[in-house]
Design a protein around this ligand. Structure first.
Ligand SMILES: C[S@@+](CC[C@H](N)C(=O)[O-])C[C@H]1O[C@@H](n2cnc3c(N)ncnc32)[C@H](O)[C@@H]1O
Length: 537
């Protein structure tokens, strides 16, 4: 089994064959747990996926340091017998003893008494459904009431409320994906019951690990009522000026935001609280002090999702056949320019390099296939790729012709104006397109006809491409990938705010965007005008 969040040292990873927690982070996690414990004489600590025991040893060291005279009783489980024996040996050598078990914790948990532990500290295996196999995933989903994509974090954490005594504390190190993704609602919902988050850390792309997942830490306690949860995030920010010379871990505990240097890069640390949420379907976001977001929300007239439908581009499922730069012998009226993520800049779309063979009636909104007998050139071309195209069994099964595009979207909407943006980009790259081009599946688009008011379309561009839009994304959507890239998908973009278009400030913004779209104007004025339109300056 692989997965999990691991030590930076490649040799260590190799030695253990998996990603163990680096010592510095193990101490940070242990300290976050220990400072939330209440006074006890003996603390029973469990790591259900203990590997070589590092988290348990870190807990023992920190408890010893912070709670004089308090003893620890360590319990470790792991599937990997060799790792368990190593942990046991380390415990013996440092005089800690403890109880060490080789076994599958998902099975073992059921045999443990309720309220058996005061502390659970863990970096459970992060193994996705694909790796688990469909059968194991189905059994887990059924047994733990999970929906959508799951990984092993869910069943592990799902067993904790029963095993922790009232007042007990959990320290979890896991992938940060659960904070913002839809499938993450499974994990988020575990903290709506009697396990309440008290401290939260999104360690972003700070590269505290060599593992491919970005880490988060949740400290939670088993209490009846929930209180405030402190939340700190750390992400690289290349353009930022370093404001403090403390370490990353110190900055995460500080009272105020800072920019520090970590691993030779500027890292922005933001400190606030976990914002209130209606239910577990909402992502967990950071609410900063002096709440900027509340002011934006108060000035929001509508959201993007309220003014129009946000659609993904076409999906041919045979790009090599349908998408090309040259088309010899195919009737030109069937070949339409195709906008891909490479063509989209903020405000404008460049001249698309590729084009798509699009056999639908552009005069109809609903998908209506053209009579291909009238296009012998295109049909000859499609026939020359018949084997490849007919291999798409699902197209036939759906009652479609074998030479169809799998998701052609709305043919009638391509001719009109639209907003287009790539699905992944560092900051908003929303463009206005009047070329009549088709939009590829690596971009999303909004038909201006759907919006019904061109001014509102310009406002959308202004907001999405502005500094306010970027901050809104980070505070509300927060799905950051490596190297500052962000995912711009319907689920997030639909939440974006729009100011009231009837104000003078909004009119000024509309004019500035209109000029930029036409190829003139200055993008520098936009940030200020967007702020003004929301009454923030
Ligand atoms: C990411 S490592 C964490 C190890 C250690 N706690 C640390 O932080 O260094 C995850 C561990 O989970 C173990 N594991 C995987 N599936 C397990 C299961 N079903 N029950 C118990 N342990 C499991 C792996 O063998 C691995 O040691």
């Amino acid at each position: 089994m692989g997965g999990g969040l691991g030590r930076v040292d490649a040799a260590e990873v190799k030695r253990h064959g998996r990603h163990y927690t680096p010592v510095g982070l193990a101490e940070f996690l242990a300290e976050s747990v220990a400072r939330n414990m209440s006074g006890l004489d003996v603390v029973r600590v469990l790591d259900p996926a203990c590997g070589d025991g590092e988290l348990l040893f870190a807990a023992a060291r920190v408890v010893g340091r912070l709670w004089a005279g308090v003893a620890v009783e360590l319990t470790g489980y792991d599937l990997d017998g060799e790792a368990v024996r190593l942990a046991e040996k380390r415990a013996r050598e440092s005089g800690l003893g403890g109880s060490w078990h080789e076994g599958d914790f998902i099975v073992e948990a059921a045999g443990l008494e309720p309220d058996s532990f005061d502390v659970i500290i863990t970096n459970p295996p992060y193994v996705r459904t694909q790796q688990l196999g469909a059968e194991a995933a189905r059994v887990l989903a059924g047994g733990f009431n999970l929906v959508g994509r799951i990984d092993l974090t869910h069943p592990f954490v799902g067993s904790f409320p029963r095993l922790l005594r009232a007042g007990g504390v959990m320290g979890l190190l896991c992938s940060n994906r659960f904070l913002s993704t839809r499938a993450g609602a499974n994990v988020r919902s575990l903290f709506d019951g009697d396990l309440h988050p008290i401290e939260l850390y999104d360690l972003g792309d700070t590269r505290l690990f060599s593992a491919a997942v970005l880490p988060a830490i949740v400290i939670a306690s088993r209490t009846e009522s929930s209180g405030r949860c402190r939340f700190a995030t750390a992400y690289r920010d290349e353009g930022a000026v370093v404001t403090s010379d403390v370490s990353l871990f110190e900055a995460l505990r500080a009272d105020a935001d800072s920019v520090i240097e970590h691993g030779g890069k500027a890292v922005a640390v933001q400190v606030g609280e976990l914002a209130d949420r209606a239910d577990s379907t909402e992502p967990w976001r950071l609410r900063r002090r002096g709440d900027w977001l509340e002011r934006v929300n108060a000035a929001t007239w509508r959201t993007f999702g309220q003014v129009a439908k946000i659609r993904v581009g076409i999906k041919t499922t045979a790009d090599a056949v349908f998408i090309r730069e040259e088309w010899d012998g195919v009737e030109p009226e069937l070949v339409l320019p195709l906008v891909t993520h490479e063509d989209v800049q903020a405000w404008r779309v460049g001249t698309p390099r590729a084009s798509v063979l699009y056999p639908y009636d552009l005069g109809r909104d609903r998908r209506t296939l053209l009579d291909m007998a009238e296009y012998p050139g295109a049909m000859a071309y499609l026939n020359s790729h018949a084997e490849r195209l007919k291999g798409r069994k699902y197209v036939r099964d759906a009652g479609r012709e074998w030479y169809e595009i799998w998701v052609p979207q709305r043919p009638g909407r391509w001719v009109g104006a639209k907003i287009v943006f790539p699905d992944i980009s560092e900051r908003g790259r929303f463009a206005y397109d009047r070329s009549g081009a088709v939009v590829n599946g690596d971009c999303y688009w909004i038909s201006v006809a759907d919006i019904g008011d061109e001014r509102v379309a310009y406002l959308m561009l202004g907001v999405a491409n502005s500094a306010l839009g970027l901050r809104f994304y980070d505070e509300v959507c927060g799905n950051r990938l490596y190297s500052g890239r962000r995912r711009w998908i319907t689920q997030y973009v639909q939440r974006f705010p729009l100011p009231d278009p009837e104000t003078a400030a909004a009119a000024e913004l509309v004019e500035a965007v209109r000029e930029l779209v036409a190829g003139g104007g200055a993008a520098e004025v936009i940030d200020r005008l967007v702020e003004k339109a929301f009454g923030l300056s």
